[in-house]
Design a binder for this molecule. Structure first.
Ligand SMILES: N[C@@H](CCC[C@H](N)C(=O)O)C(=O)O
Length: 304
């Protein structure tokens, strides 16, 4: 008989709020309703759920189902993938993992210093695979702008899919100084993006460094977005703004933490390296989202 509850861990990657849910040994999934209920509680509020399922493909360790806090599915989540690696490494003592997601196969490794590298796959530039609603021969600079027509505030983003759709707007000052909570929803839902898009502001600060801030599809303003950091790094190199290995400082993350992103020349794959952090653990009902804390909390609260 399938148990009513499963174990989960509240974690984060650069402040990106993640629930890692252990769905192994079960045929059901975390329901969109459960996700919305968990997201609505300040204690379990999250940006993404990373649900670990039994592998569907030989040679992989797990199938990962990714849900945004609005209950929609996402194809990729860089910060969440590092959290999954840390959780499974702590459980098994292993250091390397291969996961399957809707977007493909991801390889990951936990290093001696505790940081985690995830091979996020190959970037996709074809307009209809990002996808965009209009044909663009060159998606490194597409026609899209916000603000007055003769003095746009944001314009000409680079578009790319890292499994999930991203638009990178190049800015010349700190991304925190822009009103992204106002522009984000307009751009996420712009008709140019038939599957919506993650919207990132990126300021190049050196040939090997940039600063980003992201409005996430299905989650809004989050403290960090790993796939967006990959998308920005690839777009920086593609447009000649940076080299292929960059430090991406995520302006909105606590203490402005950074990820290292390398777009490898030899195989076209993008490797993201950074930390993950466990906060507390509990159990939850994947059908309803009812939950219970099983490790101590500072607040003393214990249940939904
Ligand atoms: N925070 C994630 C990205 C999550 C998915 C995104 N909101 C989408 O719907 O594509 C990351 O770290 O990559």
């Amino acid at each position: 008989m399938t148990a009513a509850t499963v174990e989960f861990a509240k974690m984060n990657g650069l402040g990106n709020k993640i629930l890692v849910v252990d769905m192994r040994g079960r045929a059901d999934r975390v329901s969109p309703g459960a996700a919305v209920s968990l997201a609505g509680n300040p204690e379990t509020a999250f940006d993404q759920i990373m649900a670990i399922h039994d592998p569907k493909l030989s040679g992989t360790d797990a199938y990962i189902d990714i849900l945004n806090c609005d209950g929609t599915r996402a194809q990729a989540c860089g910060n969440g993938t590092r959290c999954v690696v840390q959780a499974l490494a702590a459980e098994t003592g292993r250091k390397t993992f291969t996961f399957q997601t809707i977007a493909g196969i991801l390889n990951a490794v936990e290093h001696e210093d505790g940081t985690i590298s995830v091979d996020m796959g190959e970037p996709v530039f074809e307009w209809n695979r990002i996808p965009l609603a209009e044909e663009f021969h060159d998606t490194s600079r597409i026609e899209l702008q916000i603000g007055p027509i003769d003095a746009p505030i944001l314009h000409s983003p680079s578009a790319v899919s890292m499994g999930n759709p991203h638009a990178i707007f190049w800015v010349d000052r700190d991304p925190m100084t822009f009103d992204l909570d106002r522009f984000g929803p307009l751009l996420e839902n712009h008709p140019m993006f038939p599957e919506k898009a993650n919207i990132t502001l990126a300021q190049v600060t050196a040939p090997d460094a940039m600063t980003t801030r992201t409005w996430e599809r299905g989650a809004g303003l989050t403290l960090a977005c790993g796939s967006a950091a990959c998308a920005a790094a690839v777009s920086g190199a593609r447009t000649g703004r940076t080299g292929r290995r960059v430090t991406v400082t995520v302006a909105s993350s606590p203490n402005r933490q950074a990820l290292t992103i390398e777009w490898r020349e030899r195989d076209n794959r993008v490797v993201m390296t950074g930390p993950a952090e466990w906060e507390w653990s509990g159990t939850l009902d994947p059908a309803t989202g009812a939950w219970q804390r099983s490790t101590p909390s500072e607040s003393g609260a214990s249940a939904s």
